[in-house]
Design a binder for this molecule. Structure first.
Ligand SMILES: *Cc1c(COP(=O)(O)O)cnc(C)c1O
Length: 479
């Protein structure tokens, strides 16, 4: 199966080349020529890594099957659950906990795998990974690419837009090939500037002359998206194994959404044959997606808010482009919409098309989110992080008639200030002390990955201006 740019169908390339490149040269994103069907029923008793291998083989035919098998085994063995995902039932909602990986974020599912895919795709070429992060991608990418041969990685995060824990996780990162910078802007600024660097021919030529190619660890890389399909299939089968649903029964999906990568993976899973009903896209106060889903108008001319769910503080959701490709189908239409977004900061599509794709959207204030954290804790003794709380609020607002699979994207320990506030725990200035307060009431211990950041020195304290980003990535270029 080949991959082509959302903006130009004519230039199809093999999976390995698409992964190596990250975004397409024309600014589009690589998508598969078709979405393959998958007999998921056959994998009812498969382990997580067996299933991952089968799904990856289906999409990435140019990889050796035994390489994918070994990679999947290695990638998912670092997770703190037998089969990578944890599950908790909250009435007619099943929470799929995607945060038991080495950095306590759902991004680990893709970013523990991507370095294996990248290494094989690069085939000896030197890769410099450029990453914009709203908090979690940065750390997960750093952990995945740390000391990977022929690779280095540059991470840019909003200096004042991530949680204390997220920042500390990144600034204490070990490894010889890692670079971390705070920037004086928000996530959209970081993402836009990284995209501009990919489109900057002069900069890329300079890199090539020094034997360095840029690639991406953001969900604009198709190598990020495909591994994320796996946990939807695994979770559906888990609901069957637990007797929560019968094989073939339809469930709804709810995802706390920022860049639209995670929820898009669930839509791909449906097209592979999974019986998913509606897709509930949950947003915070930066509800550009909720408005788009309800009106067909995507309009970025609006205030940007810093919320207590910072990984969703995004106004330009990259993977909307792949969603447009799914529903508009024609590359020239997608290009037209994306050009409009770039030039005028908005585009619109018929809202009927959105309805037909079964996508619905809700948004949640910080106060509503905290109320959900408290309510769920009192009712079920279960602690949610602020992103998961936004999703839970979306489920309740939607009042789904079916069982709902809710994606929990971060550990509550990653956002201790908000969680402690929601539960009225004693106020502690010191973050570590705050984690201990939460641990007293939680049924789960502090994840090792988070505890250890307090023992490690902070290596990266530098903040730079947005326009310095293209300068720092030239490190090691020959003049
Ligand atoms: C990245 C992230 C999200 C948003 O995921 P997208 O794939 O960008 O929509 C939600 N919650 C957390 C905790 C995240 O780290």
């Amino acid at each position: 199966m080949k991959y082509y740019s959302t903006r130009d169908r004519r230039k199809a390339i093999p999976a390995k080349e698409a992964i190596f490149r990250g975004p397409a040269d024309d600014g589009g994103l690589y998508v598969p020529e078709y979405i393959p069907s998958f007999s998921f029923e056959d994998y009812l008793h498969a382990s997580y890594s067996e299933l991952a291998c089968a799904v990856l083989e289906t999409f990435f035919e140019d990889f050796d099957a035994s390489y994918l098998k070994e990679s999947a085994q290695a990638a998912y063995k670092e997770f703190d659950r037998d089969n990578a995902v944890g599950y908790t039932e909250l009435g007619d909602v099943t929470v799929a906990e995607l945060f038991h990986g080495p950095t306590a974020a759902f991004k680990d599912f893709a970013l523990q795998m991507l370095p294996y895919l990248m290494k094989e795709s690069a085939a000896g070429r030197k890769v410099r990974i450029l990453t914009a992060t709203s908090g979690d991608t940065g750390k997960a990418a750093l952990a995945g690419f740390k000391d990977v041969e022929n690779t280095d990685i540059f991470v840019f995060y909003p200096a004042n837009g991530v949680s204390t824990m997220q920042k500390r996780q990144m600034t204490t990162q070990e490894g010889e090939n890692v670079h971390v910078y705070g920037i004086d802007g928000n996530f959209d600024d970081a993402q836009r500037t990284v995209k501009e660097m990919f489109q900057d021919d002069a900069l890329r030529e300079e890199g090539r002359a020094s034997g360095i190619e840029f690639s991406s660890a953001n969900s604009i890389n198709i190598g990020r998206l495909v591994p994320q399909i796996v946990y939807y299939i695994y979770s559906y089968l888990e609901l069957v194994r637990r007797g929560t649903i019968e094989m073939g029964e339809t469930v709804d999906i709810c995802v706390p959404t920022g860049n639209f990568g995670n929820i898009l993976a669930s839509m791909y899973a449906k097209r592979m044959g999974l019986p998913f009903g509606q897709f509930i896209c949950a947003s915070n106060k930066n509800h550009v997606l909720t408005d788009f889903i309800n009106t067909g108008v995507y309009d970025t001319h609006r205030d940007f808010y810093k919320t207590t769910s910072p990984s969703m503080d995004i106004l330009v959701a990259s993977n909307i482009e792949r969603y447009l490709q799914l529903i508009l189908k024609r590359d020239e239409k997608v290009k037209e919409k994306m050009d409009e977004l770039k030039e005028r900061g908005r585009f619109d599509i018929p809202v009927d098309l959105i309805r037909r794709s079964k996508l619905v959207g809700y948004w949640t204030t910080d106060a509503e989110g905290e109320a959900r954290i408290k309510d769920v804790f009192e009712r079920y003794g279960y602690l949610m992080d602020p992103h998961t709380a936004v999703a839970y609020d979306g489920v309740k607002k939607h009042a789904s008639p079916r069982h709902v699979l809710l994606m929990a994207t971060a550990s509550p320990y990653k956002f201790p200030e908000t969680v402690a506030d929601a539960l009225n725990l004693p106020k502690e200035e010191d973050t570590e002390a705050l984690l201990r307060e939460i641990e007293k009431v939680s049924s789960e211990p502090i994840p090792k990955a988070l505890e250890e950041v307090f023992r490690k020195p902070e290596r990266f304290k530098e903040s730079i201006k947005i326009d310095e980003m293209p300068l720092v990535v030239k490190e090691g270029f020959d003049d």
